[in-house]
Design a protein around this ligand. Structure first.
Ligand code: HEM
Length: 123
């Protein structure tokens, strides 16, 4: 039996696709009144976006390595609530759809993001 396997990294369009998706994700956050103040408070949004690209590449099977802090350390002290968590996930789903990622793959990403909630919520 022929079995074709691809990594999630490949299904998201490798580094190029992930870079475009992350740029849209950041645009969505900045336009989203439920979370935009959080991001506008960042000292260096370009760095955050770069690190987010690395994080998604490394976490989906790409060769890149992530040079940022872990999720608990990154979000520590922000006291992020459930509504903010949900809306950030919505922003991500929207960015994926905008970049032509089909529903099955969007659901894979959804499950991964959801699994990280304890590292991000109210830490
Ligand atoms: C599963 C969900 C999430 C993931 C995977 C995630 C991932 C990340 C990553 C990779 C960074 C960059 C870290 C760095 O620069 O070293 C970051 C930064 C940040 N995240 Fe999240 N995040 C999530 C949810 C949230 C939520 C719900 C909020 C609240 C609205 C949030 C607010 C922020 C902010 C404000 C920064 C910038 C911090 C800074 O300026 O250093 N994140 N996040």
């Amino acid at each position: 039996m022929n079995q074709v396997t691809t990594t999630l990294y490949e299904r998201l369009g490798r580094r190029e696709g992930i870079t475009r998706i992350t740029a849209d994700l950041m645009k969505n956050h900045l336009a989203n009144p439920l979370v935009n103040a959080r991001y506008m408070n960042s000292e260096d949004l370009a760095r955050v976006e770069r690190r987010a690209v690395e994080f998604f590449c490394a976490g989906t099977g790409g060769p890149e390595s992530y040079s940022g802090k872990d999720m608990v350390a990154t979000h520590k002290g922000m006291n992020i609530n459930e509504q903010e968590f949900m809306t950030v996930i919505d922003d991500a789903m929207d960015a994926l759809q905008k970049n032509g990622i089909d529903e099955a793959v969007r659901n894979e990403v959804l499950a991964i993001l959801w699994s990280m909630r304890r590292e991000v919520l109210r830490v």
